[in-house]
Design a protein around this ligand. Sequence first.
Ligand code: DC
Length: 239
Amino acid sequence: MHFYNEPLLLYMKKIIVAIDGFSSCGKSTMAKELAHETGYIYVDTGAMYRAVSLFCIRNGWMTDSQINEKQIEKHISSMNLEFKTNNQGENEIYLNGENVENQIRSLEVANGASRVSTLGFVRLELVHQQQIMGQHKGIVMDGRDIGTVVFPEAELKIFLTASPEIRAQRRMDEMIAKGEVVNYNDVLTNVKERDDRDQNRAESPLRKAKDAIIIDNSSLTPQQQQEILRTLFAEKTLD
Ligand code: DC
C-alpha cells in the first residue's frame, strides 16, 4: 500500500534518510518499506560490507585466525559492487557481476563483515561509493555511520535500537525460516560480539548522531514503527 499519493510526492522536497543502529534491529525492513512508499532508492550498506567479506573469504584473505590486510587493500578498488532490482522490485547486491544476495547472509560472512568493516581503507572506499549513490537525494540508506560519516547533512536521521535478546530472537527466526539450524545462545553471543565490535572499533564506530531521533522498537509492532517513521518523514519533506 502506498501512503503518499503521486501528486503530493511532486511537491515534497527530496531528502536523505539515514537509518543507523545495532545489527538485527530491523533497520533494513524499516528502510525498505519507507523507500517503497515514497519511491526513494534504498541502499543497504551492510550488504556492501558483507560482499567485501565474502570476497575476502573466497580469496583466502580472511580466515578465523588471520586477515591479510595487504591483499585486501591491493584488491579493494578492483572489486565491483552494484545493486540491481529483481522481479519483486527488491534491490540485490552483485559482486563483480555475480548476484551474491543469498551468500552474504550467512553467519560466517556476517562475522567477516564485522571484521573488514574495521579497516579504514575498506570504509573509505565504501563511504565514497555510498556518497555517490546519494548525491541526488531521494534515498533511504541504512547502516552504522550513515548519519555521522556518510551523510552528516542528512535531513532525517534515525537511530534504531532494541535489546540484544530481542534482536537475537528475530535473527534466529529469520535463519530458521531459511532452513538453517541455529542455537539461540550462539546467535545471542554473536549479536553481542558484533555490537561490541561496531561500537568499539577505531574507524567510524557506531554512534548516534547528535541530531538523530532514537526509536527503540523492542516493544513496537512493525506497523507502529512505520507510523512513527512516516510522520517524521512527512515533517521533513513538507516543511
Ligand atoms: O547491517 P549488517 O548486519 O548487514 O552489517 C554487516 C556488518 O557491516 C556489521 O558488522 C556492521 C558493518 N557495517 C558497518 O560497519 N557500517 C555500515 N554502514 C554498515 C554495516
